[in-house]
Design a binder for this molecule. Structure first.
Ligand code: F6R
Length: 260
């Protein structure tokens, strides 16, 4: 696992956007896995800026988002589809036909999850999977004790996750109880996993993910098993790491080392 520690949340988001734009430039037909949530907003803002400056071309890209709430239609307030439209899809040169999210309003959400998993495989798998982390260690909507080899499926959200996302909904009753999410096995199949965490509220989960045991109780700890996982942090999110000085020595300022 590569741990990059930046001073501020803005710098961490910019570093993350830079890794994504490098992937876009390096591959002929990049397949990106995308995430939503507050942490990702400055990443998408930075990507839009890079695009406007001619430094991020999405024309050949395909995207698959991690998750979507069950019961919400694509344009509905609070849906991840709408979040992505507003934050990125409508602001860069992505082909709408190649932007995928699970269909939250599918008649049969279980069948929809299977269809989504198959669609990722049919696209050749994911080159770069962007991830955030919940305070309880979730990735995607794989809540604690999710199978570490699970595939895309319907999951029940914890109360703490529902509370954390309440700001996107008009009332507490409107917050969905279920989501379709890529499984941890699906996420680990991505060729590169890139997780961004910012703010002190995430520091305990970040420490368990990086330095704790691999355990379903902290789903993000499964990234320890991935051969190419990069974690980008700001100082506050990195605060509980025991080996922080070691990570900073290897990647000073979050940069790649200059090996003589
Ligand atoms: C969103 C997702 C979640 C979020 C996580 C952190 O697609 O899969 O795992 O990344 O809940 O959310 P924020 O960034 O709002 O703290």
């Amino acid at each position: 696992m590569k741990v990059l520690i930046l001073e501020t949340a803005a710098e961490a988001a910019a570093r993350t956007a830079g890794i994504i734009s490098d992937c876009l430039a390096a591959l002929d037909r990049p397949v990106l896995g995308l995430a939503t949530g507050g942490t990702m907003e400055p990443v998408y803002t930075a990507l839009v800026e890079l695009h406007r400056n001619g430094k991020a071309d999405f024309s050949n890209a395909t995207t698959f988002n991690l998750d979507e709430y069950v019961g919400l239609s694509p344009n509905q307030r609070g849906s991840y589809s709408r979040f992505m439209q507003d934050a990125l899809f409508s602001r860069v040169n992505l082909d709408p036909a190649r932007c995928h999210l699970p269909r939250g309003n599918a008649e049969d959400p279980i069948a929809e999850a299977k269809r989504y998993e198959d669609a990722i495989a049919a696209a050749g798998g994911i080159d770069l999977q962007l991830l955030g982390i919940g305070r309880n260690g979730h990735i995607g909507f794989n809540e604690p004790i999710s199978s570490l080899s699970g595939r895309t499926r319907v999951k029940t959200l914890t109360e703490s996750t529902r509370r954390a996302n309440a700001r996107y909904f008009p009332s507490a009753n409107a917050i969905p109880r279920y989501a379709i999410t890529m499984g941890i096995g699906t996420i680990l199949d991505a060729r590169h996993c890139l997780l961004l965490a910012t703010g002190g509220g995430k520091s305990a989960a970040v420490a368990r993910m990086i330095e704790g045991p691999v355990a379903a109780y902290c789903p993000a700890s499964a990234l320890q098993m991935h051969p190419q996982a990069t974690v980008v942090l700001d100082r506050d999110a990195a605060a509980d790491l025991r080996l922080i000085h070691y990570y900073q020595e290897i990647h000073p300022g979050g940069r790649e080392p200059k090996i003589p």
